[in-house]
Design a protein around this ligand. Structure first.
Ligand code: ASP
Length: 344
């Protein structure tokens, strides 16, 4: 079932000189473009617009990926940010991370009552000697940096979903799988990632961008799994798992069952696979295959999707099961939703 292609193993010596020639377009990937921004799921279309406003004016990729996902964090009608589903105790807890072209990175996790975790992550990166702040410490830092403490009240959508979940209070910590038949009947054309019962089927936006100067950056922000155990973190705030950027090679981000992305250091793996000469799509595919190999039959119960761009502006994405999509923007009039290829 898994189609494994032997890929060229390149020596780690003299990488910057040889990795570029190692990129391949044999997979049929679109020709590389610069600038470019890509992001996970249909919400990525709106997020890309904000990122593109920065990129088209020659702005830095790091500003683009922050501005971009802030749109999604802001939306009360979405799965990310304070409007999202709470944990099983009824609190919305947010995770985010960001990484720039110099390998600077910042992250916050288990952050409550702050609207823009991605911007707090950026402050951690820029204003502290650390990479990660969590929980009340992250909140304290955010408030000290001037971020307002928002209300604890759930959004109307989240409150309705939480009440429904409380009826059974079944702890099933599995990310929803679009189109798999577990709980998705159809997707609305207006909110393609919303389930028929009104629930959102995922809780993350990951974005990676290459700016006009050829520099890469990425961001990832999430409320994590809906109705998760209090204190649970997924991959999204973890540099190397939910997001990784190497300005010589490429950038990758992940969505889906965070535990299984962490297990393989997913985004770092995708970038390293690109370093070995794989196209972004091939690299994402091989990372997905590795999860499937580990999970065996249980892979059918989960979803993971990766997206990546390389230094040339070529992009790709791959997922375990049907239903994952990502948004690709290369011009004012070119912001498209692409279906991720899938293995199962
Ligand atoms: N990866 C996120 C997590 O595990 C969830 C998602 O992508 O929907 O927290």
């Amino acid at each position: 079932m898994l189609q494994r292609r032997k890929f060229l193993e390149l020596s780690s010596i003299g990488l910057s000189a040889i990795t570029f020639s190692g990129f391949t377009s044999k997979s049929g990937n679109p020709a590389g473009k610069k600038p470019i921004v890509i992001s996970t799921w249909a919400e990525g279309l709106n997020a890309n617009k904000a990122a593109w406003a920065v990129l088209k004016n020659g702005g830095r990729a790091i500003d683009a990926v922050e501005q971009g996902v802030m749109v999604t964090e802001n939306s009360q009608n979405c799965c990310v940010g304070l409007g999202a589903n709470p944990d099983r105790d009824g609190y919305v807890t947010l995770d985010a991370c960001i990484m720039d072209e110099f390998s600077n990175c910042g992250s916050v996790a288990f952050l409550e009552r702050i609207k823009h975790p991605i911007s707090v992550a950026r402050r951690v990166m820029e204003k502290t000697p650390h990479v990660m702040l969590v929980g009340s410490g992250a909140q304290q830092f955010a408030v000290a940096e001037g971020f307002p403490l928002e209300s604890e009240k759930l959004s109307p959508d989240a409150e309705r979903s939480y009440k429904k979940w409380l009826e059974k209070s079944e702890y099933k910590p599995v990310i929803n799988i679009e189109n798999s038949g577990n709980n998705l009947k159809s997707q609305s054309a207006f909110a393609p990632n919303k389930l028929e019962n009104g629930d959102w089927n995922h809780d993350t936006i990951g974005m990676v961008a290459l700016d006009a100067n050829g520099n890469l950056s990425g961001s990832c922000t999430t409320s994590g799994m809906g109705f998760k155990m209090r204190g649970r973190l997924g991959d999204s705030p973890i540099i190397g798992a939910g997001l990784f950027v190497d300005n010589e090679i490429g950038a990758a981000t992940a969505t889906g069952q965070g535990e299984d992305v962490i297990r393989i250091c997913g985004s770092h793996l995708v970038v390293e696979l690109m370093r070995m000469g794989n196209s972004p799509e091939q690299a994402c595919k091989k990372a997905v295959e590795r999860i499937i190999k580990i999970k065996g039959d249980k892979a059918r119960d989960i979803q993971v999707g990766f997206i990546a761009i390389n230094k040339r502006g070529e992009y790709g994405g791959y997922c375990i099961q049907k239903g994952f999509n990502f948004a690709v923007c290369t011009a004012d009039d070119s912001n498209i939703l692409v279906d991720g290829k899938h293995i199962l």
